[in-house]
Design a protein around this ligand. Structure first.
Ligand code: GLC
Length: 425
């Protein structure tokens, strides 16, 4: 049983995850400045400002399309019917994991061909070989586009490492794989990021939607840019905001960055997204408990268990730590552990909410805030206790009563529906 602890050290750990309003304002100002620099093509911006070649849907888009949702270790293919005015029917759906105990399609020892052959076979399951379909591809990695269908992967993120994809046109790889498996009836015609897909799917049914964001395994935001530089004509830009780097980091953030596939990149994502929050928490509690780092795997779902524990003696916290780390904590230590978990999660929500305010200031200017709906997908936003509330509170802290005009809306079928809308366009 671990019962000895140093309160001031524990408090310091929590403080290292706590960001006050003044810091948030500095972050918002830097975020907004990086948008402006990015629009001017200035390399000092941490944003990639990727053009989507799409504005908002007209809501008249109709027909049956294949949607491919490829952005994490779960890949999905869907046959979707768009009925207009926000109405959608998912006719068929198939999902496969890219990593199991038997295989791993995201490691550096896998080739682009075998990854895309695997995906093409999944598509076949929903599309068959008889009928012709247009395919919309939600590819949730930073890609440089020259038109709606031509997207070249700039760099893998989220710890993907499959060889032969970086620098390539992803729908060409997909098309070749579809041909190899006898499915040339399926024509890839559009590639979009998941943030863009989420925005499209929400805007298909709701007014004032101009921002789409993912708060899940990864984190990123896209918005409708009306007036500036790169976005002529008016189009949705994918910021790749996970790469934002003007932040206040702590020692655990630095450790995560150093041991990641791509040190120095995706600094904001490594502080806020589901892929990393569990690890951040684990590193912080190893420090709190003065234990060696044995690379125990904590994930977002574990944090959710800890934050949901409302029992008197924090039984779930006690059991989870015992099961994962083979140690027993007394009640008081469980309280500290829960407080650390909360500080990790709440920091994520506050940073992301701040980035939304920065985007809104960029769109509206300083004088007046208009109505905005921010369409959000991802397990953190959908399922993590305290998350949405912390985002909303942060918005009030930053913009007062105007926060009532900013609606945070869950859009959890965006990646599929958005891809179908893009194919229809
Ligand atoms: C990563 C990807 C980005 C994607 C996000 C959410 O940040 O680079 O393209 O939108 O994850 O899936």
């Amino acid at each position: 049983m671990i019962t000895i602890y140093n309160e001031s050290k524990l408090q310091n750990i929590i403080d290292s995850f706590t960001i006050d309003k003044i810091e948030l304002e500095k972050i918002a100002a830097a975020f907004r400045r990086d948008i402006v620099l990015g629009l001017e093509g200035d390399s000092l911006s941490s944003f990639k400002m990727l053009q989507s070649y799409l504005a908002l849907p007209t809501r008249t888009e109709k027909g049956q399309f294949i949607a491919l949702d490829f952005g994490g270790t779960n890949v999905r293919a869907l046959l979707i019917e768009l009925l207009g005015d926000g109405k959608v029917n998912v006719i068929k759906k198939a999902t496969k994991q890219l990593v199991t105990a038997d295989y791993n399609y995201i490691s550096a020892s896998t080739t682009a061909e075998s990854l895309f052959d695997f995906i093409a076979n999944l598509i076949l399951e929903v599309a068959g070989t008889d009928k012709e379909y247009l395919l919309g591809h939600t590819f949730s990695f930073p890609s440089m586009q020259t038109d709606l269908n031509n997207a070249r992967l700039i760099t893998w993120t989220k710890e993907f490492a499959t060889t032969g994809v970086e620098g390539e046109v992803v729908n060409e790889l997909l098309k070749a794989a579809l041909e190899r498996c006898g499915a040339s009836n399926i024509k890839p015609v559009a590639v979009i990021n998941d943030t863009v897909a989420t925005l499209l799917a929400a805007a298909y049914k709701r007014d004032h939607t101009d921002i789409g964001s993912i708060c899940g395994t990864g984190h990123n935001t896209a918005y409708l840019e009306s007036y500036h530089g790169l976005a002529k004509p008016r189009m949705i830009l994918n910021l790749e905001s996970g790469n934002f780097d003007k932040l206040f980091t702590n020692p655990y953030d630095k450790m995560i960055d150093e041991r990641s596939e791509k040190p120095g990149e995706q600094r904001m994502e490594k502080m806020v997204s589901g892929k990393y929050l569990g690890v951040l928490f684990y590193l912080a509690i190893c420090d709190a408990l003065e234990l060696a780092d044995k690379a125990v795997d904590f994930d977002g779902a574990d944090l959710s268990v800890i934050l949901s524990d409302q029992s008197q003696n924090l039984k779930a916290v006690h059991q989870l730590i015992k099961a994962k780390m083979a140690i027993e904590l007394d009640e008081e230590m469980c309280v500290w552990i829960k407080a650390i978990a909360e500080s990790v999660v709440i920091r994520s929500a506050r940073l992301i909410a701040t980035s939304y305010i920065a985007i809104i200031w960029h769109i509206d200017g300083n004088e007046f805030i208009n109505e905005h709906t921010i369409a959000i997908d991802g397990s953190l936003f959908e399922k993590m206790p305290l998350y949405k509330e912390a985002m909303q509170k942060t918005m009030y802290e930053m913009i007062g009563e105007d926060a009532q005009k900013v609606h945070l809306m869950l859009e959890n079928s965006g990646s599929g529906v958005g891809a179908a809308i893009a194919a229809a366009i």
